[in-house]
Write a protein that binds this ligand. Structure first.
Ligand code: URA
Length: 297
């Protein structure tokens, strides 16, 4: 892709982000203060790059609708030589910091009133691999960082087993604030629940913008909530696992194809360790695409 196309895409994305500030879904859009506010790391050396991608079609449907997603299809391989993301690292850092600030000030859904901290996500802005969970829990609400509790410790191990570090990937959630079964008692443990359709719909644009800015080559959807929201509401995690899908976003155009694979949520793996070997098979599919050999023993 030439310089002019890159400039045009960057301009389009910038104007999209500005438009979002006036969007009814987003209540506040204060300017970013620091990059740390975005929870972003500067790029580390990336894993060996995969061959340029396959394409296909996944329908990134709105959570509030309930029709089955006829357009969600497994990957059909089509060679694509499009170049990577149109934003520079510096532009990504700025855009993500601004977005994180917007998320932290959002009160579009009731979770905004009960959260201790919003959890926009964190990681390498140039990551080739992004993990998307369902929503912050007790520990994440307190720290404002994704996957820092028990499930997060297992996710860290999964990432390391793949031959990566947490700093090399980007980690985010579908919902950016803590969904609680009992919002009147945020101090209670065991008070986590999955985000509902309305909460997912409120947060969708945030996640879509993060994906478009980072533009990873691969996304791993952690658990059924994430897989259904990103691939197909109509299918179970069991039906969605085992194959790559191409991601289509509702609100933004991706600069190049992004593939998505669904696997078990680490919290589910803690409850059912028997599923770990299947989760590992899923992660190995991603490792093969990225040319990762895994942790050498
Ligand atoms: N579970 C999630 O889905 N996300 C987190 O950030 C933590 C636990």
């Amino acid at each position: 892709m030439g310089q002019n196309s890159l400039r045009r895409l960057a301009k389009e994305l910038k104007s999209f982000l500005l438009e979002q500030d006036e969007d009814e879904f987003i209540t506040t859009a204060a300017p970013a203060t620091t990059q740390e506010a975005a929870g972003v790391s500067r790029p580390l050396k990336q894993p060996q790059s995969m061959a340029e991608g396959s394409t296909l079609t996944v329908n990134f449907r709105r959570a509030e609708t309930s029709e089955p997603s006829a357009a969600s299809q497994p990957v059909q391989t089509v060679v694509s030589n499009q170049e990577s993301t149109p934003m520079t690292t510096a532009q990504k850092l700025t855009a993500l910091a601004k977005l994180a600030d917007t998320i932290k000030n959002c009160s579009r859904c009731p979770l905004g009133a009960t959260r201790l901290n919003a959890v926009p996500g964190e990681g390498n802005v140039d990551a080739e691999l992004m993990f998307v969970g369902e929503g912050p829990g007790y520990d994440e609400d307190r720290q404002g960082r994704p996957f820092v509790g028990r499930a997060g410790q297992l996710l860290d191990k999964m990432i390391i087993a793949m031959g990566l570090t947490r700093e090399q990937v980007f980690i985010a959630n579908i919902a950016k604030c803590h969904p609680m079964t009992d919002p009147l008692h945020p101090d209670k443990h065991g008070n986590d629940r999955a985000p509902n359709a309305g909460e997912i719909a409120c947060c969708r644009k945030f996640l879509e913008q993060q994906i478009a800015i980072i533009c990873p080559k691969y996304i791993v959807a952690l658990g059924g909530v994430s897989a259904k929201a990103l691939i197909s509401d109509a299918k179970s995690l069991g039906a969605l696992r085992g194959q790559f899908y191409n991601l289509n976003l509702d609100n933004v155009k991706l600069p190049r194809p992004v593939k998505i694979l669904a696997t078990f949520h680490p919290a589910a793996l803690l409850r059912n360790p028997n599923w770990k070997k299947d989760a590992w098979k899923d992660l190995q599919m991603v490792m093969a695409e990225l040319g990762l050999k895994g942790l050498s023993k």
